[in-house]
Design a protein around this ligand. Structure first.
Ligand code: CTP
Length: 398
């Protein structure tokens, strides 16, 4: 593990940039290595020399600075970052980040980094309230960015309303929280399952379910970012492989079982977020079932093995086990029954009767159910759920 966390502080062109001096000073005081990157507009409000003096590090502004020995500045900054915070962040830079644009050193660094991104917006209240700004903020949140919301008060333009940079202490708390997570799973091995299994009926048809795999992929990506060795066993999804994760692709419950059991011995934690079919066609047809007189009027089903219960039944030293429960009623009671019957450490339960949440959506609302009690989380992006879940796994690992 690195001795000191490195915080890359991005500064964009807003009057609140002067408050970033306080943020930088507070981070330096707490022993963090701070590297500041500014947009051209930001340098009109605060000079690079100010930040250079506060951090004792060079301040980066241009993509075209030719520092000897560091020809690809945005990549080196992106790699050095354990956390990146942009404060203040203008509406313009928020829009660029939301759309993956990278036309200066700050936005290029933000796009290139794998580190968690914290954004503290500051702007005129009308700009903040605009649908397009709110949509951009929602898109960034859904991709895992932490937004430190602006507060209300006097704005530089003379208006009174929402849009003031959040207090420095609030931004500092967000940065320190992310920094403490950085690499906290180093040396651990985490096995995650995702997606909905597909059980063949014949060579072209299957029984499936509505799981998109988003939550499992988010958990795998977050665990890798926090330093774990991660294997993701996934049923078919449309999602791209998460960075730094070994991905094993399977189709059926039986294939998933084989892939998980083969790797379970090496895992410190197993997170079963896959929607594994509970039943499969007992006798899938070898040829395509045709319409007509020979078409079957029923498909005979047989139960699949319960992978999680099998892992839970193992005696002796075993990994931390996390199961999921998708329920349509009595969510907590059913989750608690699963916690006991499958002998797992934690159940992540959600109510799938609400069509705006859960399957295929970016957000979800879940309960963490364990022997210690039940924690009810608010509606949040699946990335944020992944973060909170791994905080719990980290505690359970001891
Ligand atoms: N699971 C598993 N193997 C199966 C079925 C489910 O490992 N064959 C895991 C899932 O990955 C998930 C949890 O068990 O972590 C879900 O439990 P399950 O009993 O399948 O929930 P439901 O299907 O909702 O059960 P029920 O229909 O009985 O409510």
């Amino acid at each position: 593990m690195k001795e000191r966390t490195t915080v890359v502080v991005g500064v964009t062109g807003g009057i609140a940039a002067y408050k970033t001096c306080e943020l930088v000073r507070a981070l330096v005081k707490r022993g963090r290595r701070v590297k500041v990157v500014m947009t051209g507009a930001a340098t009109r409000f605060v000079t690079p020399l100010t930040f250079r003096t506060l951090t004792n590090e060079p301040v980066a502004v241009s993509l075209w600075d030719d520092s000897p020995g560091d020809p690809v500045h945005h990549v080196s900054l992106a790699e050095e970052a354990d956390v990146m915070v942009i404060a203040p962040c203008t509406a313009n830079v928020i829009a660029k980040l939301a759309h993956g644009r990278a036309d200066d050193l700050l936005t290029t660094t933000a796009l290139a980094t794998e580190a968690p991104l914290i954004i503290a917006p500051a702007m005129n209240m009308h700009m903040w309230r605009k649908d397009i700004t709110q949509a951009n903020i929602a898109a960034l949140r859904a991709r895992g960015a932490v937004i430190v919301d602006p507060t209300s008060g006097d704005l530089a333009c003379g208006d009174v309303g929402e849009g003031r940079l959040a207090p420095v202490e609030a931004i500092l708390d967000a940065v320190l929280a992310e920094a403490s997570r950085a690499r906290d799973l180093e040396g651990r091995s985490v096995l995650v399952t995702a997606g909905g299994t597909q059980e063949p009926v014949d060579p072209v048809r299957y029984l499936g379910n509505r799981s998109s795999g988003k939550t499992g992929f988010a958990i795998a990506a977050e665990a890798a970012r926090r330093g774990a060795r991660v294997t993701l066993v996934t049923a078919p999804t449309h999602l791209a492989d998460p960075f730094g994760v070994e991905v094993v692709r399977v189709h059926t419950a039986l294939q998933m079982r084989a892939a998980v059991l083969a790797r379970a011995g090496d895992a410190d934690a197993i997170v079963m977020s896959a929607a594994v079919a509970d039943f499969r066609p007992a006798r899938p047809e070898a040829g395509k079932i045709k319409k007509g007189a020979n078409a079957p009027d029923a498909i005979l089903l047989e139960p699949t093995p319960d992978i999680l219960a099998e892992l839970g039944a193992r005696e002796g030293a075993r990994p931390v086990l996390v199961g999921f429960a998708a329920e349509t009623s009595d969510v907590e009671r059913h989750a608690r029954e699963k916690l006991a019957s499958k002998r797992v450490d934690l159940i992540v339960a959600n109510d799938v009767s609400d069509p705006s949440l859960g399957f295929g959506t970016a957000d979800n609302r879940v309960l963490f159910v364990s022997a210690e009690g039940t924690e009810e989380l608010p509606v949040m992006p699946k990335q944020a759920i992944a973060r909170a879940l791994l905080d719990r796994v980290r505690e359970l690992l001891g």
